[in-house]
Design a binder for this molecule. Structure first.
Ligand code: ADP
Ligand code: MG
Length: 660
């Protein structure tokens, strides 16, 4: 059904959007886009079910923009997203696609941002609002957000909103929007509560589901690398260098622009690489394929469309540099290798948010895709040394060396140097162009591997530097340690160390973990996870503060390094804790002591006193992003409900607007 739609033009999108799409380099609509856009343009209600990373944003943003009346400077569309990051991301996408729509305004509204700023922006007028449920409720209650002109309401990542306990808020919003509007719901899965919402608030919704057909891909060795720490280009070149049976590679990216960019960058790093995309003439494309066949090219960077049906037996590797939109595309892509009875290799780069797609691919192909680690600096050095040795052996075997033999003998006699020394100097000269020990930036080791199938993006990746190894290798006399700790990180570490020393036994230090209210955690969860996984008795766990995207917890300052290592990998609600000591001066330290602004960002809402592991109530306070459902009674557990948990709190009464 969707196969026939190959261009955005065929979807009847207006020219100003088509030119924006050319700017961003989208070549063809993704399956969910091809299927949803026509329904959307026709004004139907819609349910779009597809994995993360399949292009759902454009599936609603493009038709929304196409139908917008710029002259009406009031919200004509409201998009609800589960997190502030997504709200910003979606708003940015709108901005990008509306590049040729002068006067267009999109406004993200989320908890944690100053209310004053948002009210001011709202009074200036916006065509599209993208927001998190809590903050949207707030604005509807205060009537700062008026939806009289609303045409379309989009629930983006509905299942995520359910998982995070926002579903009642979403329903409240649905109840408080004008009856006549189009409602589109996007979700990676369709759990029962979401289905119920669809039934209740949608009229004959068109259902679009991007299915994953099952196929077999036998002779291909499939691996994936979870993108973290190092950058993708760096990872790619490292991998290509150490792959044993490398002959030629076909690398898939999403956009035409990316084909050219990546091919250029690989070219600059010494690879024979070229782009293959739909903008190139048939003649040019054929030329590229011919050059790949004949061996004058080793790498082709292509989009799906351009590489369709490509048959070059020497392709030993297919690299999914950008993850495909669906499992079928994956199967097509990797089918470009392992041809004519040869062995094939497929490597997939997966960002944390794309792990669901990885699972879908494994499911569809009924095969496990093995995780792979990034080759280290010493892996690459080993490989280069092995190649170098082979070259030397080849030369000895194949070349006439009499003249050179004499040169070496002269050197030996004149300077009384041993042949081995001469050989070492010659090896040094020979490797200058391409050092046997790779140098330069970007040689960090990977951050510790999270368990596969982790679903949440990790915040702020901190690549760990590589110690040791290279120091043992023969190095020039003026030995410089390969690892240079920069001043800042040393100061940082010293600070942490002295801080640790300052605490005598039994004292507590503050640690930060990368899960917070947005992940739906409660202090109880945190105590439970730390007590179980870290084997720390509850009574040694001190105060816990929850923030939107992270939390702080007090633990014994002399906590062993191995325990911290374990806790780093420990997960709560799918998210790794990534625990680390809080250094003095970090934001959360301050926000604990600052007088709390009424509408401040990221305020702690729950805390826990040191004491028995049992959660004993503690202070409850309003969360900057969501109004309370009802005043808490003393002893009530302040908690955010999550999927599967029953919730009885009444909805806040409409119209009871709060002062700020
Ligand atoms: P989802 O909402 O399904 O998780 P997104 O809308 O965030 O997916 O899109 C994922 C990525 O794919 C984004 O980087 C986006 O720019 C890109 N993308 C979306 N549609 C296309 C397309 N038709 N061609 C190329 N890239 C696309
Ligand atoms: Mg999305």
């Amino acid at each position: 059904m969707t196969e026939s739609i190959d261009t955005f033009a065929a979807l009847q999108l207006p020219p100003f959007l088509l030119s924006a799409l050319t700017d961003v380099g989208y070549e063809t609509p993704s399956p969910i886009q091809a299927a949803c856009i026509p329904h959307f343009l026709a004004g139907h209600d819609l349910i779009g079910e597809a994995q993360t990373g399949t292009g759902k944003t454009a599936a609603f943003a493009l038709p929304l923009l196409a139908r917008l009346d710029l002259a009406v400077k009031m919200p004509q569309a409201l998009v609800l997203t589960p997190t502030r990051e997504l709200a910003i991301q979606v708003a940015e996408a709108f901005q990008k696609y509306a590049h040729h729509m002068p006067g267009f305004h999109v406004l993200p509204l989320y908890g944690g941002q100053s209310m004053v700023i948002q009210l001011r922006a709202l009074s200036r007028g916006a065509h599209v609002i993208v927001g998190t449920p809590g903050r949207i409720m707030d604005h509807l209650e205060r009537k700062s957000l008026v939806l009289d002109k609303l045409q379309t309401l989009v629930l983006d990542e509905a299942d995520e909103m359910l998982r995070m306990g926002f579903i009642d808020d979403v329903e409240w919003i649905l109840e408080h929007t004008p009856a006549e509007h189009q409602t589109a719901l996007f979700s990676a899965t369709m759990p029962e509560p979401i289905r119920r919402i669809a039934q209740r608030y949608q009229k004959n919704p068109q259902q679009v589901k991007i299915r994953s057909a099952t196929t077999t891909v036998a002779a291909i060795h499939q691996r994936y690398w979870q993108v973290r720490g190092a950058d993708k280009l760096d990872a790619l070149t490292r991998m290509l260098e150490v792959e044993q049976d490398f002959d030629a590679a076909l690398i898939f990216v999403r956009t035409k622009t990316a084909t050219v960019d990546l091919a250029d960058k690989l070219g600059a790093r010494g690879y024979e690489a070229a782009a293959l995309n739909g903008d190139m003439t048939q003649g040019l494309r054929e030329q590229v394929v011919e050059r790949l066949k004949s061996g004058s090219l080793d790498i082709v960077v292509a989009t799906d469309v351009a590489a369709r049906g490509l048959d070059v037996p020497r392709i030993s590797h297919v690299v999914n540099y950008d993850i495909p939109y669906d499992t079928e595309a994956y199967v097509h892509r990797i089918g470009r290798t392992g041809r004519a009875g040869r062995a094939g290799n497929a490597i997939l780069f997966v960002a944390p948010r794309e792990l669901r797609m990885l699972k879908a691919i494994e499911h569809a192909t009924r095969q496990k895709i093995e995780p792979m680690t990034l080759p280290t600096k010493s892996d690459v050095a080993d490989r280069r040394v092995a190649q170098f040795k082979q070259q030397v052996l080849d030369v000895i075997k194949a070349e006439k060396l009499d003249f050179y033999f004499d040169v070496v003998r002269q050197l030996e006699d004149e300077s009384e140097i041993k042949p081995r020394e001469i050989a070492a100097a010659l090896a040094f000269l020979a490797q200058r162009e391409r050092p046997l020990q790779p140098e330069g930036a970007g040689w960090q080791a990977e951050a510790p591997a999270p368990a596969p199938h982790e679903e949440r993006p990790r915040r702020e990746e901190r690549p760990v530097r590589e110690f040791g190894e290279e120091r043992q290798r023969a190095a020039p006399r003026e030995e410089r340690p390969a690892f240079h700790e920069d001043k800042a990180s040393r100061a940082n570490r010293d600070e942490i160390l002295s801080r640790r020393r300052a605490f005598s036994e039994g004292n507590l230090a503050k640690f930060r973990i990368d899960v917070g209210r947005n992940q739906g955690v409660t202090p109880k969860d945190i105590v439970g996870a730390i007590a179980n996984e870290g084997n720390i008795e509850g009574k040694y766990i001190g105060q816990i503060h929850l923030f939107d995207d992270y939390s702080t917890v007090e633990l014994p300052s002399d906590i062993p390094a191995e325990t911290l290592q374990t806790l780093k990998r420990t997960r709560i609600r799918q998210s790794p804790l990534n625990i680390r000591a809080v250094t003095p001066g970090e934001a959360e330290e301050k926000s604990d002591f600052k007088p709390r602004p009424k509408w401040g960002a990221d305020r702690p809402s729950d805390e826990r006193r040191p004491g028995p592991a049992k959660w004993s109530g503690g202070k409850t306070e309003r969360d900057g992003s969501r109004p309370p459902k009802a005043p808490f009674k003393p002893g009530d557990k302040p908690k955010r409900p999550y999927a599967g948990e029953k919730k009885f709190a009444p909805k806040p009464a409409a119209g009871k607007s709060k002062k700020y």
